[in-house]
Design a protein. Structure first.
Ligand SMILES: *Cc1c(COP(=O)(O)O)cnc(C)c1O
Length: 349
């Protein structure tokens, strides 16, 4: 049997009809994995939702399966997005699957190598602008208004509808919603989607309670924490390097309503969490994802969780997306002659 498309597993909770063509790559149904060593350190049960296990390596696929299915149903000729990387990788793959053209507009600055490779290999037109993400987004919005092209940024409500399903899966796996959810925040679409998902599931009586939502931005790109847009956002976590979150107000409302909060973590905390996940738990995520764990560790150290809490950290994207960051901060290679004694000495001396 082949994998059941996300759309089929939660069809009753999604905006699809009998006429909607299902464009699927086998997304969702991602693992929920205990983090025993980090839990021990934090003094609270930390669990990771491994969204890097999606087909293109990030949670963006949950929204993209719906957005591209609806674009196809609506007769769009192409899809377009502005993206720091993962949206373009996902849009390119799902457009290829649907037989649609894709255009992705990337902002200036470094795009992680894996994400760029994905957009290119799937045949998308990749346009690199000499300005930041926010400028890229306003240009693609204007293009989508003037042409028969579907905008698949997270402004697209179908993306948010699809991304809700991660909350459904967590409730199904744990038997109810967790006590708290920690999640990185960029454009703030995902944290908004989780809240809609948890509330929809509770309202459908498929879970009994709601979690507190804690969103984490990087200190150099923390407009929701500072209360004002950031003109030149800067952080190692490129997936959340966003100065004007498209869904900022919605996300602030969701976090407040849940009894949670938004906070910022430093690049050093992000990289420390990134290493700890890889070395102590065997979990390789991209730096933006590690912001959720950095935030959970900080919050735990400040006594911000109950002793018996289950805290789910959303690892939003796979570490292979950004091999440069992985290699830069690592011990590197040790070169040596091809002799048994040399290798033995290096390993055991
Ligand atoms: C898109 C993305 C985010 C941020 O999600 P938003 O919905 O923009 O807040 C975080 N991590 C990764 C890996 C992403 O691709």
């Amino acid at each position: 049997m082949t994998s059941t498309p996300l759309i089929e597993r939660y069809r009753d909770l999604l905006p699809v009809g009998d006429a909607t063509p299902v464009v699927s790559l086998g997304e969702g149904d991602t693992p929920l994995v205990e983090m025993p060593r980090l839990s021990e350190r934090a003094g609270v049960r930390l669990v990771a939702k491994i969204e890097g296990a999606n087909p293109t390596g990030s949670f963006k696929d949950r929204g993209m399966t719906i957005a591209v299915s609806k674009a196809l149903e609506g007769g769009a000729e192409a899809v377009i997005c502005a993206s720091t990387g993962n949206t373009s990788a996902s849009a390119a793959a799902y457009a290829a699957r649907a037989g649609l053209r894709a255009a992705v507009v990337v902002p200036e600055g470094k795009i992680a190598a894996g994400k760029l490779a994905q957009a290119l290999v799937h045949g998308a037109r990749v346009l690199a602008l000499d300005d930041g993400f926010d400028a890229a987004l306003s240009i693609v919005r204007a293009i989508a208004e003037r042409h028969n092209v579907s905008l698949v940024n997270s402004l697209n409500e179908f993306r948010i509808d699809g991304q809700r399903t991660a909350a459904y899966e967590i409730c199904d796996a744990l038997g109810d919603a967790p006590d708290a959810l920690c999640i990185p925040v960029g454009n703030a679409g995902n944290v908004s989607a989780y809240w809609l998902g948890f509330t929809a599931y509770r309202d459908a009586e498929r879970s009994a309670r709601l979690p507190r939502l804690y969103g984490f931005q990087a200190e150099g790109a923390a407009p929701l924490v500072g209360g004002a847009p950031v003109e030149r956002p800067e952080t190692v976590a490129t997936a959340i390097r966003i100065g004007k979150p498209a869904r900022g107000q919605q996300a602030l409302g969701a976090m407040a309503e849940s009894g949670g909060a938004v906070d910022a973590v430093s690049d050093q905390e992000i990289l420390d969490a990134y290493r700890a996940l890889a070395v102590e738990e065997g979990l390789f995520c991209e730096p933006a994802s590690a912001a959720a764990v950095a935030g959970a560790l900080r919050r735990a150290a400040a006594g911000g969780f109950g002793d018996d809490d289950t805290v789910v950290c959303v690892l939003t994207g796979h570490g292979l997306k950004d091999p440069d960051t992985a290699i830069e901060g690592s011990a590197g290679l040790q070169r040596m002659p091809a002799r048994l004694e040399a290798v033995e000495e290096a390993l055991f001396a």
